[in-house]
Design a protein around this ligand. Structure first.
Ligand code: AHM
Length: 350
């Protein structure tokens, strides 16, 4: 390091977890799980950093060399997606016996950890986890940011754990987080009492507590929508976007458009600087594009815990009870005043 750049004395992620779990003993069962997830994020970070120089591109193949079948999203799985999915799955399942089952955006059905680890010692725990191992993976080709998203729920006491156990609304999330792989790599986490951020120090490969009690500004100038879909958006969203551009929004700041095309990156920008991120329903995607369990609900928990909001346009995202694990939902996330204004447009124009 140049001499003028001095390292700050910052708490490490494991130490932060130790302290939080000491303060809230009911979270102790999650300590090894979250440690393992942070390690998985470091591994994914390394893969993303090396994507241009290592052989991680191309269609994933089975042991016989045949391309894997399309996943439930109708996409042919890429090597990178499969690799990151395996890393996340093994982190959740193999770190302790506390996670019973996992549901990944990449897999058709939830899986029991005993099956993932091929060992019946696993898959006994009281928690289940949902995750999107690599969100916005198309960005990697152009060296742009991507992310991982996760959420953790409790199993329902007295009920057998199966696919239905994952059909819980976001109010039941015990923890949620994301890791953004960008100019810096940052892990953002909520355990249900505020939001904290941990930046990866690449020299020592440690997440350090750089962002304490993140609070989103109550309003902000950024709007982050794929406006190429404008003609396919609902009328309330069209009117809302027009109001932003014509200065007739109640937010008296000059709007500025930002769209990276990775939800984690776009939402993180809004979390830090204020504004609104939206992936509305379109004529082609009646429920929008984003998955409630793996993307929208964990992000809505983070937004609410940071003082912001997460809405479908007509209700809190956290109140939506999934009917199936891969359910999609129109998603608006951001500063409380910006999201409330969007909701007003839905009330007025619907
Ligand atoms: P993915 O799960 O295939 O990566 O898609 C999710 C991503 C989000 O990260 C992002 O906000 C959105 O898709 C971008 O979609 P679009 O290209 O339609 O704007």
């Amino acid at each position: 390091l140049p001499k003028q750049l001095k390292k700050k004395a910052l708490t490490t992620f494991p130490r932060y977890l130790e302290i939080e779990c000491w303060k809230r003993p009911e979270l102790r069962g999650l300590e090894p799980v979250l440690q393992a997830v942070a390690e998985a994020c470091k591994q994914i970070n390394r893969i993303v950093q090396r994507a241009q120089t290592d052989d991680v591109y191309g269609v994933a193949v089975d042991v016989a060399g045949n391309p894997l079948e399309e996943n439930v999203q109708g996409e042919v799985q890429q090597k990178l997606d499969v690799l990151c999915n395996t890393i996340m799955m093994q982190a959740f399942c193999g770190s302790s016996c506390n996670i019973h089952s996992v549901a990944s955006e990449e897999d058709d059905e939830p899986r029991c950890c005993a099956d993932v680890m091929n060992d019946s010692v696993f898959g006994q725990g009281e928690y289940i986890a949902v995750f999107d191992p690599i969100d916005g993976s198309k960005n990697i080709d152009a060296s742009l940011p991507v992310g991982s998203i996760f959420g953790i729920y409790r199993t329902q006491p007295g009920k057998p754990v199966n696919a239905d156990s994952f059909l819980q609304d976001g109010n039941s999330l015990v923890a949620a987080g994301y890791c953004l792989y960008s100019a810096t790599t940052i892990l953002v986490l909520t355990l249900g009492s505020g939001v904290d951020g941990f930046t990866l120090d690449p020299d020592v490969s440690r997440f350090l507590h750089t962002h304490q009690d993140i609070r989103i500004p109550s309003n902000g100038a950024i709007y982050s929508f794929n406006e190429a879909n404008y003609n396919d958006f609902d009328e309330p969203v069209q009117k809302y976007l027009s109001a932003l551009k014509h200065g007739s929004s109640s937010i008296k700041k000059r709007s500025t458009a930002r769209y990276i095309g990775s939800m984690v990156a776009d939402v993180h920008n809004v979390l830090i600087n204020g504004g609104i991120y939206g992936y509305p329903r379109t004529l082609g995607n009646k429920e929008g594009k984003l998955r409630l369990l793996y993307e929208s609900a964990p992000m809505a928990m983070i937004m609410e815990q940071a003082g912001g909001a997460g809405s479908t346009g007509s209700r809190r995202i956290l109140d939506v009870k999934p009917k199936e694990t891969h359910q999609r939902v129109p998603t608006f996330l951001g500063s409380i005043e910006n999201v409330f204004e969007l909701d007003q447009f839905y009330k007025y124009y619907s």
